[in-house]
Design a protein around this ligand. Structure first.
Ligand code: PMP
Length: 434
């Protein structure tokens, strides 16, 4: 293979050999070839629709909140690289992982004291489920092995997370009947500002009353259901869930992999409700999108419960657990976030999205336009034509990845007002042509 490959050669090899997310093999859609990225801009290896640079409206799937090639994050990685890129975590420890764990305990809701570091969001959910099942087993309730959730959720692509994704219309529908059968409540009623609906609360109570004896944990994405449909619900439901889970002796797991680190306007979505879950998953923006790392936090009650069992250890230990490079950049990313007026930046972006997307509501085929924190969503009344919508956004100089009936954006927090306005033009064009 030659040292230098043209963009066309890269695309041809990609098509032949490389599997892409949720894609067929060989691929049917031509991926754009990115040669570098800086700030909020992706630089393309060849012009596409007349554009050589795209403003990233996706933050690389919610993760790159500080943008690309950030000097502080670069320094964190290169500084750590000179010391050690990795050592195993079994029997060894190191400053980046210890500091990161302590920082996570400090900034997440009070009462979460113990941290399990893993490689990805999906694995952090696997660990959360294992913690909950093992907790009940250790305290003598080994019949509690099922999970409860509400419909419309998404928790990742490995086996346990797939079983609590919405079984209908979601991307894991194919595996119904093969996955463990979990207990599903209806989709929570929409609207961040709406008061909890008493009929829905009664529905949750009824299901919990019927299944609590066999259910280890209730797992939800708090406030924003992301890849399951980009829906927003009232934080009031989290308070309801906290109370009901306590009453019926079920652990509460919050999956903040998408919502964590400011995206919804609170540092963690649980903060909107002022509650502490028994177990919390974070990932994505934790490393500023630089490296793959996630964390599962739990309370002392959960950790102590596990320790009291006949098998007092949590049997999980990924090879790259606590990776020093990822932990260093995560620490730097969290400190960078907390050192700035992040609530002000998220609010500013939200205001820009509200203004810039208002016109989209008038387009034929648009069912709803909604904004929360730094998340903007245009919902269509039909399945989006992904190729046409992507092309329309690219023509406006914007990178988006629409899915199902949704064209949406979560801009990096460093996006200027002009960047946000451009992203909104991209979203609107995608909604019009998709
Ligand atoms: N939970 C939620 C809420 C997510 O949005 C995602 C990723 N989209 C995951 C879990 C899975 O994370 P990962 O892709 O890092 O495995």
């Amino acid at each position: 293979m030659p040292d230098q490959l043209t963009a066309a050669e890269l695309r041809a090899l990609d098509r032949q050999h490389v599997w892409h997310p949720y894609g067929p093999m060989p691929g049917r859609q031509e991926p754009l070839v990115v040669s570098s990225a800086s700030g909020v801009r992706l630089r393309l290896a060849e012009p596409v629709e007349g554009q050589t640079e795209l403003v990233d409206g996706m933050s690389s799937w919610w993760s790159a909140v500080h943008g690309y090639n950030h000097p502080v994050l670069n320094d964190a990685v290169t500084g750590q690289l000179g010391r050690m890129s990795h050592v195993m975590f079994g029997g060894l420890t190191h400053e980046p992982a210890v500091r990161l764990a302590a920082r996570l305990v400090e900034i997440t809701p009070p009462g979460l004291e113990h941290v399990f570091l893993s490689d990805s969001g999906s694995v952090s959910v696997e660990v959360a489920v294992k913690m909950c099942l093992q907790y009940w087993r250790s305290v003598g309730r080994s019949g509690k092995t099922r999970l409860m959730t509400w419909r419309g959720g998404y928790h990742g692509d490995t086996w346990q997370p797939m079983a609590v994704c919405d079984p209908e219309g979601g991307m894991h529908e194919l595996w119904q009947g093969v996955l463990n059968r979990q207990v599903f409540a209806d989709v929570p009623p929409s609207g961040f500002d709406a008061e909890p609906d008493p009929a829905y609360v009664a529905h949750l109570r009824e299901l919990l009353a019927a299944h609590a004896h066999e259910v280890a944990a209730f797992i939800v994405e708090p406030v924003v259901q992301g890849a399951g449909g980009m829906r927003f619900h009232s934080p009031g439901y989290l308070r309801v869930l906290r109370e009901l889970c306590d009453e019926f002796e079920v652990l509460l797991v919050l999956d903040e992999i998408a919502t964590g680190f400011g995206r919804t306007g609170a540092l963690f979505a649980a903060d909107h409700a002022g509650i502490t879950p028994d177990v919390l998953c974070v990932g994505k923006a934790m490393t500023g999108g630089y490296l793959s790392m996630a964390a599962t936090l739990c309370t002392s009650r959960v950790a102590d419960g596990i320790s009291r069992g006949d098998v007092p250890v949590l049997a999980h230990g990924p090879t790259f657990m606590g990776n020093p490079l990822a932990a260093s950049v995560a620490l730097a990313s969290i400190d960078l976030l907390l050192a700035q007026d992040w609530p002000g930046e998220v609010k500013r972006i939200g205001a820009g999205l509200r203004e810039g997307l208002a016109g989209a509501a008038e387009l034929p085929g648009v069912k709803d336009v909604r904004v929360l924190g730094a998340i903007g969503v245009v919902q269509l009344d039909h399945e989006v034509d992904m190729a046409a919508a992507t092309r329309a956004a690219v023509r406006e100089g914007v990178w988006l990845r629409p899915f199902r009936d949704l064209v949406y954006t979560m801009p990096p927090y460093v996006s200027t007002d002009e960047d946000v306005a451009r992203i909104c033009r991209g979203v609107t064009a995608a909604a019009r042509e998709g």
